[in-house]
Ligand binder design. Sequence first.
Ligand code: AMP
Ligand code: TRP
Length: 342
Amino acid sequence: MSATQFTPRVFSGIQPSGNLHLGNYLGALKRFADMQGLEMETVYCMVDMHAITVWQDPSELAHSTRELCAGFIAAGVDPEQSILFNQSQVPEHAQLAWIFNCVARMGWMQRMTQWKDKAGKNQQNASLGLLAYPSLMAADILVYHATHVPVGDDQKQHLELTRDIAIKFNNDFGIDFFPITEPVIEGAATRVMSLRDGAKKMSKSDPSDMSRINMTDDADAIAKKIRKAKTDPDALPSDVDGLEGRPEARNLVNIYAALSDQTVAQVLSEVGGKQFGTFKPMLADLAVARLSPISTEMARLMNDQSEIDRILARGSERARAIAAPILDRTYEIVGMVGAGKR
Ligand code: AMP
Ligand code: TRP
């Protein structure tokens, strides 16, 4: 069954674990906000249950969840137009994940690069949740029968697994029930790289703070990090082919394109031939102009935590209204007595 037979619905999630950075903004949040205009229902989730697959200090988890909610709203996600909530408050995610744990195979989970990266050498000591993580992610998406999932490039493998789970469930039970979800990995910045190393993804876990621009960085910090960003000695090329073999140059141009809503070709037609000494201040000005209003708004929203909590509670109710009947029907398909009475 193709996703087109389902009502189009967008779902995506971000983990509340540590600070948001420019990669999260360009690869996820900004695109989430942009998708609100496309006449699809948009459902966005702070995935607190994913976050605890590695240890989280409880008070920091609560803080990060609220701050992430503020980040969504400040980046342009409207809590009326979109459904905005935290995962743990919609228990249907965990309930469907259990069914999927029994559909997915161990080998599928063990092949995931994120599992291998995060578990490292000591897999025996990783949490069972870290291994089962993609099954919960599939449940997040499929409990809404979501058809479109905007994410950064690093989530591609997890979305393929989501499709595999939907296909196997549909086959096992001989029913076309779950949609085969479309990953939406588009734009100039689906993989924002570290400012210190063009071969590494910009990430909240990088020990060097100079490697990333945090959403909470002030103008001086943003300008300094861009000024010190690693580059090569050549001038910028005038066309896209000229970025071949120049990962740091490509990254800065991609960031510029995404922040200014232009294509890479458009940017290069403007800045081709310029030295980094000229381009970096242009990029810093643009980044500050785009990001400072967001961090100011995040700080303002964080002053009223009870309002954030109300937004999340209301979002959870709206999310449950969609998820509960889909879970109930799933239970019925699987043969759980008592289901299907809704
Ligand atoms: P995470 O912070 O790992 O929960 O990621 C949240 C979202 O941000 C996901 O859609 C990721 O794919 C996206 N993301 C994380 N890091 C980057 C990056 N460096 N470039 C682009 N997207 C990213
Ligand atoms: N795994 C995603 C990440 O680490 C977060 C996530 C959890 C997610 N559930 C999701 C993303 C469902 C999209 C859809 O970034």
